[in-house]
Design a protein around this ligand. Sequence first.
Ligand code: PLP
Length: 378
Amino acid sequence: VSYLDNAATTPVRREVLEAMTPYLTSHYGNPSSHHTIGEQAAHALADARNRVATVLGMRATDVIFTSGATEANNLAIKGVAIAAQQRRGARHVVTTPIEHESVLASIDYLTRIHGFEATLVPVDTTGLVDPDAVAAAIRDDTAIVSVGYANNEIGTVQDVTGLVAAVAGRVPLHLDAVQAAGWLPLRGLGVDALSIAGHKIGAPKGIGVLGIRSRIPLEPVLHGGGQERERRSGTENVAGAVGLARALELADAERLDAAARVAALRDDLIAGVLERVPIARLTGHPEHRLPGTASFTFAGVNGETVLLELERRGLVTSSGSACAAGSDEASHVLLALGLEPDEARTAVRVTLGHSAVGSVAPIVDAIEAAVAAVGSGV
Ligand code: PLP
């Protein structure tokens, strides 16, 4: 079976598992304990923090380990917004309609419970947000701007340089960099905060990072023992942090090679599908897109049924986001691009992994056959 759902999750890399194993077995201490076993764990955690900070181009004190990107996004958005509300009466947030559920639901929470207003700056038909429109949405009482670096369903990559210039330090700019990690630069972007999930880059599920400049006031979301410099309570996932640090370093070192190699495969795949399947339409931006992401709609053909046909042919793909899989709801991302709900329900997303090599011809063949099988009612 070919696994072509790398935007949903990736297998843990051998090097990552090896780096983690001591912290799951012999070095099992609690980093807050004052004996040698605890200090060993605290040392490993500090080392992981330094490594992550280096890859992100931030300071170690800016790195907050979380349970994943959902928590990192919740902490960035709720934590910055509520702190800004307390300090300067902020009551407005800015984002886009194509964000991950963890961003949109955090913002929904702020509007329902804390009296915030939200501006969702529209995207164009390729999923790009106009940095000037983002800048124009910022008000005196805006707490945070949160934008996804690269979209998980359609792979569109935002103009982060333009966004940084347009926001111009007026309010904190948070990037959900989950899908960008391993493919796009993370250092030197000039953003104030970014979220990463370990499991998208070869570390395990259940570990993530919020990198956030420590000068930005942040109200915790999880309260308790005061770990992570009072910003995220809970005994630290030491092995997870060690694994995430290793995965980020590997992804960073391999990034340029992987991005070039996989983007060439993606281009072959897109060209092949568009040529062989006349009803296929590419979703997302034709050029500004993630190297591993090929996303399509197949007019009039049920996407979920195509996925089953593909799996019968040995290819594991997805309709878009893993969270929405299996539901009949049309994707909020595709609707925001202007697709009709019926067309949005025909979506199929193929996401290649970092180590992808060889030819995509078998994938194109399988997609052609699967769409034909569904289309003809087989
Ligand atoms: N943000 C984006 C863009 C994602 O693709 C995901 C993964 O599904 C998340 C956030 C949430 O990550 P996790 O489910 O690991 O918390």
